[in-house]
Design a protein around this ligand. Structure first.
Ligand code: F6P
Length: 319
């Protein structure tokens, strides 16, 4: 193993840069040269590569986003696209790839490995935390902290006007960002795709609202009802109340990673380089009960309907 490539793919996540830094540091220590492939699989197809060394990445540990840029490549989904990617891979003279991304990126990695016998290790990077094989993905901790802080700020103004806010958070079809950020921000109600939303139960809660208080209802973007729909229904039912919506959107994806995400991504980077150097391929890094470990990449499905029981219990008591 002399030369490895790193790419980030799918939605960016805070901590991806810390992970790139970690890979470069570890590789350099092991005498392996590191190259960054720009714009995810699209950059692999186009042969867009930059050389990385310790001084180039030393201070990116605190930077959100990804210095390598990212994309969701439709070309890589075709055999022709992957063949072109393999041609570029050979031209670059790489001995292996580390791919940081979510389930779509992993699927691409697995097919590419099987078709062209390329050595690949995946690292889970997505704010959604929706992958099996790891308790945490890179970016999730930062995203829930960002969402929590934004909801805290919203509370100040909502409370001053006694308003009801429906707040939409990201997470795709997983409700983990909603449930954790909502509980941490003391939201009065939380709606996630994993639990059926009962409109009448929402109305009952709003009806019980003290007139001198605000109310914040967090809704995951994957919920069966959108924040706008829910707010419209609530306004029809309670015309005297001031009911508003806020979509936190991509603000949740940016920002400097938390210490947790910086350390997690550094550990994942370390394990990924060590594994590639040992000749392993077709695995993804993960952390289970505090231990970093490898899982076969094909087993890393996206998980749905997976909310830990203690969070459901908290919903019962605090919302
Ligand atoms: O997967 C990360 C994520 O931020 C999801 O939470 C969200 O549904 C999606 O990406 C948004 O994607 P885009 O940035 O392409 O709009």
């Amino acid at each position: 193993m002399h030369k490895i490539g790193i790419l980030t793919s799918g939605g960016d996540a805070p901590g991806m840069n810390s992970c790139i830094r970690s890979i470069v540091f570890v590789a350099e220590k092991m005498g392996i040269s590191c190259f960054g492939i720009m714009r995810g699989y699209d950059g692999l197809i186009d042969g867009e590569i930059i050389s990385l060394n310790k001084s180039a990445v030393n201070h990116i540990i605190a930077q959100g986003g990804t210095i390598l840029k990212t994309a969701r490549s439709s070309r890589f989904m075709t055999y022709e696209g992957r063949q072109q990617a393999y041609e570029s891979y050979k031209k670059m003279g790489l001995d292996g790839l580390i791919i940081i991304g979510g389930d779509g990126s992993y699927k691409g990695a697995k097919i590419f490995q099987d078709e062209f016998k390329v050595s690949i290790i995946g690292i889970p990077g997505t704010i959604d935390n929706d992958l099996f094989g790891t308790d945490y993905t890179i970016g999730y901790d930062t995203a829930i902290n960002t969402a929590m802080k934004l909801i805290d700020q919203l509370r100040d103004t909502a409370q001053s006007h006694n308003r009801v806010f429906f707040v939409e958070v990201m997470g795709n079809d997983a409700g983990l960002i909603a449930i954790r950020s909502g509980l941490a921000a003391g939201a009065e109600d939380i709606h996630i795709p994993e639990i059926k939303t009962d409109i009448n139960a929402i109305f009952d809660k709003i009806a019980c609202k003290n007139k001198d208080e605000s109310m914040i209802i967090v809704v995951s973007e994957g919920d069966e009802y959108s924040t706008v729909e829910l707010a419209k229904l609530a306004k029809e039912k309670f015309p005297a109340l001031e009911i508003k919506t806020l979509i936190l959107g991509h603000l949740q994806r940016g920002g400097s990673p938390t210490a947790f995400d910086r350390l997690l991504s550094s550990r994942f980077g370390l394990l990924a380089v060590q594994s590639l150097a040992k000749g392993k391929s077709g695995f993804a890094t993960g952390i289970i009960n505090g231990q970093v470990q490898l899982i076969e990449i094909e087993k890393v499905e996206k998980h749905l309907n997976y909310i830990k029981p203690h969070l459901l219990e908290m919903l019962d008591y605090f919302c």
